[in-house]
Design a protein around this ligand. Structure first.
Ligand code: NAI
Length: 676
């Protein structure tokens, strides 16, 4: 017997078990909004009023996962904390009703179970999850500048203990079913094929609830919490500033003040969420979330799908690109003129596999897909060919003139060049319009963005195929025009140049880095230069200087001349110990605003120039590119959004003042009026 609701489907089976499947109308993925909650409310009332079922099993009817979270669209435009509170309260109320239902409730989880979806599962009596690699549980709200609001900050600590729960909430990380079971977040974890059968057994014979070990309760005591909260705050403060990211601080404050045993904890969670939802940080981080979607969607209309990738050049970049593609399930052939480079690339690929993939058989499968190919035989079968050889124009030209005669007709021919324009590389090719850039950033496994570089006359379908390929390998694709530095380096390099100029002027490296982090950058520019390699930075700056006339500070040339190239040589602008820079503590916490402005406005002004020149299609894509490619302070929503929200006139005035003090390089770009 089945009852159909707009979003839910309720089915009674022969064992008096009720199966409640969620299939959110009009969407491919389940996320929770007000209407879904109202229906759930009605269903619980209905089942409670009649002869209660033996158990209610909540599951997903979508092929893609359980529930991805709350629908954040509904919070996007709220400016009044009270409106936010009223909206969130509905979820708290319905989940409380679910928790107190007069029958056993079970969440049957297969695939992602995140945010509001995870909070729903936590309100059930039991959770059973499949051991499928796609099954992940977590409360990632912190990444959106908020925290769980439907009881998650209370129920998870009660279930698995405050320390483990707060760690999950504060990091926003999601965990596989096996780990969740070990933590006590799920009761049963079984292979996917046994999930339904095991759920029936669980429903028919639910085990008694285990209580947490005593030390977990000690952690929650009123006089113990302040000590633990202090330690947590210290850790958080070393990573982020409260003014930039208030949510983790709110989580710790709420917990310290009220713990999780008192019903008041739910009210505190609700009110705290109300304040966070309307704040700038949450609004901008939600914006970043949608920008990420925008990047993925740009590739959606193109059907290209690769099976085989051939990478030429097994150096720093080529080796890591090949490893990444193999990890994403593609067959990869990797070619280099020197076998020793292939050998070391294979070794690095294995290290990456061991780090990222849990199961030994997955490591083995990935390594089986990655084939060293000295002779370059993969060229003939590959769907995508990526060139990552030494940055020399003639060598790249010679390679592509040969490749275009060997590659399959529909195969993508791409270069990973950072500094050479497509128009130069493709010049001797018979079909020059075929060449695109697929520009990865270093380190490949960590950097989410990949630029898909095209000329004005590149066929749209070839650019589209490039975007689709980048999306296929789970990176964020951004189409950029072939112009010096493309987008990311064009914006990042003037900022790093300004940092090196400050160093030349005698400002200490740690002060410069701290200034950038005050603005919200994830890493200071001096440390970044060392990480990238001072030789790589110098080469890129020299190349860009040909177009933009940069003056390169002698301190950088001197470091390269002396062979102190940064982290990779153990010494650059900093000295390194265990791969970490030795930085003197900045004694005075006061960082002159002038330094912060010099660094940030170089980036912002260059962003405005890129927008004017049409390096990317529009302002949102520019913001997305700078956040995911340059690490531009995410909570500011991107440089163009930052200009618009801070006030065009204010920022122009700041630039004018810097121009008076430091010269032409701060002259406001002509594009400022378009942005305004
Ligand atoms: P690399 O010097 O580490 O590696 C280049 C590899 O290409 C070497 O193993 C060399 O033996 C091989 N090679 C040279 N000519 C070849 C040929 N004709 N056939 C086959 N193999 C050949 O260089 P890296 O740093 O990996 O850079 C490669 C490309 O990626 C360059 O175009 C560079 O601009 C670009 N890039 C570099 C980044 C970086 O941070 N290193 C970042 C983004 C792009």
């Amino acid at each position: 017997m089945t009852t159909q609701y707009a979003h839910w489907q309720l089915t009674k089976d022969t064992h008096n078990l009720f199966w409640l499947g969620l299939d959110r109308q009009g969407k491919s993925v389940n996320s929770i909004h007000g209407e879904i909650l109202s229906e759930l409310d009605e269903i619980i009332t209905h089942l409670s009023n009649k002869l209660p079922p033996m158990a209610l099993i909540i599951h997903s009817l979508k092929p893609t996962g359980f529930i991805a979270g709350a629908d954040i669209e509904q919070f996007k435009d709220i400016d009044d904390p009270q409106v936010a509170i009223d909206l969130i309260r509905q979820g708290q109320r319905v989940f409380e009703k679910l928790e107190n239902a007069p029958f056993t409730t079970i969440a049957m989880i297969d695939g992602f179970c995140l945010g509001g979806g995870c909070e729903l599962a936590l309100a059930c009596d039991y959770r059973i999850a499949s051991l499928d690699s796609k099954t992940k549980l977590g409360l990632p709200e912190i990444k959106l500048g908020i925290h769980p609001g439907w009881g998650g900050t209370v129920r998870l600590p009660r279930l698995i203990g405050s320390l483990k729960a707060l760690d999950l909430i504060l990091t926003g990380k999601s965990i596989p079913a096996k780990v969740a079971q070990k933590m006590g977040m799920v009761d049963v974890a079984v292979p996917k094929r046994l999930l339904k059968q095991a759920t029936v057994q669980l429903a028919q014979k639910p085990p008694a609830r285990k209580s947490l070990p005593a030390w977990n309760q000690i952690v929650d005591l009123d006089f113990v919490r302040p000590f633990i909260a202090k330690m947590m705050l210290k850790k958080i403060k070393s990573k982020v500033k409260k003014a930039h990211y208030p949510a983790p601080f709110a989580v710790i404050d709420n917990w310290q003040e009220y713990g999780v045993q008192h019903p008041q904890a739910y009210t505190v969670e609700l009110e705290s969420m109300g304040r966070l939802v309307v704040g700038d940080t949450a609004k901008n981080l939600v914006r970043v979330f949608f920008l990420q979607d925008r990047l993925k969607n740009e590739a959606k209309t193109f059907k290209f799908k690769a099976k085989h990738v051939h990478v030429i050049g097994a150096g720093v970049m080529g080796g890591d690109i090949a490893a990444w593609c193999a990890m994403q399930g593609l067959r990869v052939t990797l070619q280099d003129q020197k076998p020793e480079f292939l050998q070391s690339a294979m070794k690095r690929a294995h290290q990456l596999a061991v780090k990222k993939l849990r199961e030994p058989h997955e490591v083995q499968n990935m390594m089986d897909r990655l084939i060293p190919d000295c002779k370059g035989e993969g060229v003939y079968q590959a769907d995508v060919i990526i060139e990552a050889i030494t940055e020399k124009l003639e060598a790249k030209q010679a390679l592509f003139t040969k490749l275009e005669t060997q590659a399959k007709p529909g195969a993508i021919l791409a270069t990973n060049t950072s500094t050479i324009r497509l128009e130069e590389i493709r010049q001797p090719m018979q079909n020059p319009k075929r060449l695109i850039g697929i520009h990865f950033f270093n380190p490949v496994a960590q950097m989410p963005l990949v630029e898909v570089v095209h000329s004005d006359d590149t066929d749209e379908s070839i650019v589209g195929a490039g975007l689709a390929f980048v999306k296929q390998i789970n990176k964020l694709p951004l189409a950029v025009k072939s112009a010096p530095g493309f987008l990311v380096n064009r914006i990042l390099l003037p900022y790093m140049l300004e940092a090196v100029s400050l160093l030349e002027e005698g400002v200490a490296g740690p002060v410069i880095d701290k200034a950038a982090m005050e603005f919200g950058m994830p890493m200071g520019p001096i440390e970044l230069a060392d990480t990238v390699g001072l030789d790589v930075c110098l080469h890129a700056l020299e190349k860009l200087a040909e177009s933009f006339g940069y003056v390169i500070p002698p301190i950088l040339r001197e470091a390269v001349r002396q062979g102190t190239l940064g982290k990779k040589t153990g010494k650059g602008f900093y000295e390194y110990k265990d791969d970490k820079p030795i930085k003197e503590k900045v004694v005075d916490d006061f960082i002159p605003q002038d330094i912060i402005d010099r660094l940030s406005l170089r980036m912002v002004n260059e962003s405005v120039a890129c927008l004017r020149e049409g390096i990317v299609k529009d302002a949102d894509l520019l913001d997305a590119g700078t956040i995911f490619g340059c690490g531009f302070a995410p909570f500011r929503g991107g440089p163009i959004h930052y200009v618009r929200s801070s006030g065009f006139d204010v920022m122009r005035k700041q630039l004018e003042q810097l121009e008076t003090r430091y010269g032409d390089r701060f002259q406001a770009d002509r594009g400022w009026y378009d942005v305004a």
